[in-house]
Design a binder for this molecule. Structure first.
Ligand code: FES
Ligand SMILES: [Fe+2]
Length: 382
C-alpha cells in the first residue's frame, strides 16, 4: 500500500476504535459441521483447490538470483521452481524422467554450479530449462532413449507484483490477474521483490487445514485466547475488511493508535499503528506488520491432518550474527504463540467436530474473513 492508502486505513481504524466496532458481513453464516469432516469433500478439496487451482508459492524474493530454486510437494504434485539466467521463472514437475526421484529436497537453494540439477538417485542431469543434458552410462545403458523428449515436465507459472503462483496440474493454465482479484493494491510497497528470506518453520497439526485457516481470518478471539500475547498489542474485534476476487485483506489497529490524534497527519508512520492480514485463496495468509512480512501456507494431508509453513521475510539480511539471532528469536516467538495458543485450542475444536454430533458452525457478521473463505470454498466446490 502507498502512504496515502495507509493513512486512509488508519483513519478508518481510528473510527472503528472510537465506535468500538468492526467491519461487518451482511448476515450471520451457518455451515454444516460435515464441511470439516466429510472425507469425500476432502478429496474434492485436494483435487479442485490444490491440484487444479493456482497456488501461491511465495514472494519473488524466495528465488532472487539465476539458478535459485524453490521446491515443495505439499499439493500432491512435487514442484520445482527455478530462476532463469534472464530472471524469468520456470516451474517443473519435480520427478526425474528416469525412475522418478525428486531432484532436490523440498526447500530453497541453488542449482549445482548455478546451472544444473543432478538427480540424487543415478545422476541424470537437467539444465535450468529442464532439458535432460546428462545420463551416466547413457551410451550403453540407455542407447535408444529420446533425450529431447525426457526433459522435466513444465507447469504454468506466473510472477507479477512480486508474487509467484504455480498451477500443479500440468494440463491446466491460469490468469494471474483473475487469481489476484486486485489484492495487489494492498500488497505493493512492502518489498516483495527485494526482501530477505530468513526461512520457514514447518508445523504439523492434527486437524483440518480449514480449521487452521479459520484462526487467521478474525480478530474476535484476541482478548479471549491471546490475553497475554497478541491482545497486549492489538485491539480485539476491531478490523477493516476488503474483498478482492476470492481473496480478502483485513487491517488491525495497535493499542496505541489513538496517539496519532496528537500527531499531524503528515508525520504519521502508519505501519507503527496497524498490521494487515491478506488472504490469498485457498490456503495462504500474508501478514504484513511493522517493517516486515510473514507468510503462512497451509496444506491438507488428511481430513484431520495438515501442515503449515510459516515463513519470515525481513527488509534486509541481518548485518551481524547477533541481529540474526534477534530476528530468529522473534520469529520463534510468533510461531510459538500460534502453536501454544491457537493450535492447541483448535485441537480441541477438532475433537468436538469429530464427535459425530450433527450441528452447524456459526460464523458471525464480525467474522467476515471466515465467512469469505467458506463462501469461496463453496463457490469452487459447489
Ligand atoms: S531416478 Fe533420477 S537418475 Fe534415476
Ligand atoms: Fe489467534
Amino acid at each position: 500500500m502507498q502512504q496515502q492508502q495507509l493513512v486512509d486505513e488508519i483513519k478508518v481504524l481510528m473510527d472503528l476504535v472510537a465506535r468500538n466496532t468492526t467491519m461487518l458481513a451482511d448476515s450471520v453464516m451457518e455451515i454444516d459441521v460435515d464441511e470439516y469432516t466429510d472425507p469425500s469433500q476432502f478429496q474434492r478439496e485436494k483435487t479442485e483447490l490444490f491440484r487444479n487451482y493456482p497456488q501461491f508459492v511465495g514472494p519473488s524474493c524466495v528465488v532472487p538470483e539465476a539458478g535459485d530454486y524453490f521446491a515443495f510437494d505439499d499439493t500432491g504434485v512435487p514442484i520445482l521452481i527455478v530462476r532463469q539466467p534472464d530472471k524469468s521463472l520456470r516451474a517443473f514437475v519435480n520427478i526425474c524422467s528416469h525412475r522418478g526421484a525428486p531432484l532436490n529436497e523440498c526447500d530453497h537453494g541453488k542449482a549445482k554450479k548455478g546451472r544444473m540439477f543432478s538427480c540424487p538417485y543415478h545422476g541424470w542431469t537437467y539444465d535450468l530449462e529442464g532439458k535432460l543434458v546428462g545420463v551416466p552410462f547413457g551410451k550403453e545403458g540407455f542407447d535408444t532413449i529420446d533425450r529431447d523428449a525426457l526433459g522435466l515436465k513444465t507447469l504454468d507459472l506466473q510472477e507479477k507484483h512480486g508474487m509467484i503462483f504455480v498451477m500443479p496440474n500440468p494440463e491446466l493454465t491460469f490468469n494471474i490477474d483473475d487469481v489476484l482479484g486486485g489484492i495487489q493494491e494492498r500488497l505493493s510497497g512492502f518489498g516483495f521483490e527485494e526482501s530477505f528470506y530468513l526461512g520457514a518453520k514447518q508445523v504439523f497439526t492434527d486437524f483440518s487445514w480449514k480449521l487452521n485457516m479459520d484462526t487467521f481470518h478474525e480478530y474476535y478471539h484476541f482478548e479471549f485466547l491471546h490475553p497475554n500475547s497478541i491482545a497486549t498489542m492489538a485491539y480485539s474485534n476491531v478490523a477493516t475488511y476488503r474483498q478482492y476476487g476470492r481473496n480478502h485483506s483485513m487491517g488491525s489497529p495497535t493499542l496505541q493508535i489513538n496517539e496519532l490524534k496528537d500527531v499531524p497527519e503528515s508525520e504519521w508512520v502508519p505501519m507503527n499503528y496497524s498490521s494487515y492480514v491478506n488472504y490469498i485463496f485457498p490456503n495462504t495468509v500474508i501478514f504484513v506488520v511493522a517493517d516486515h512480512f510473514q507468510t503462512w501456507r497451509v496444506y491438507p494431508i488428511a481430513p484431520d491432518r495438515s501442515v503449515v509453513y510459516h515463513s519470515m521475510f525481513l527488509p534486509q539480511e541481518p548485518a551481524t550474527p547477533e541481529q540474526r539471532q534477534e530476528y530468529e528469536a522473534y520469529f520463534q516467538m510468533i510461531n510459538d504463540v500460534a502453536v501454544a495458543e491457537d493450535y492447541s485450542l483448535v485441537d480441541k475444536v477438532n475433537r468436538g467436530l469429530k464427535a459425530g454430533i450433527p450441528r452447524n458452525v456459526i460464523i458471525g457478521r464480525n467474522e467476515p474473513g471466515v465467512q469469505n473463505m467458506h463462501r469461496q470454498l463453496k463457490g469452487v466446490l459447489g
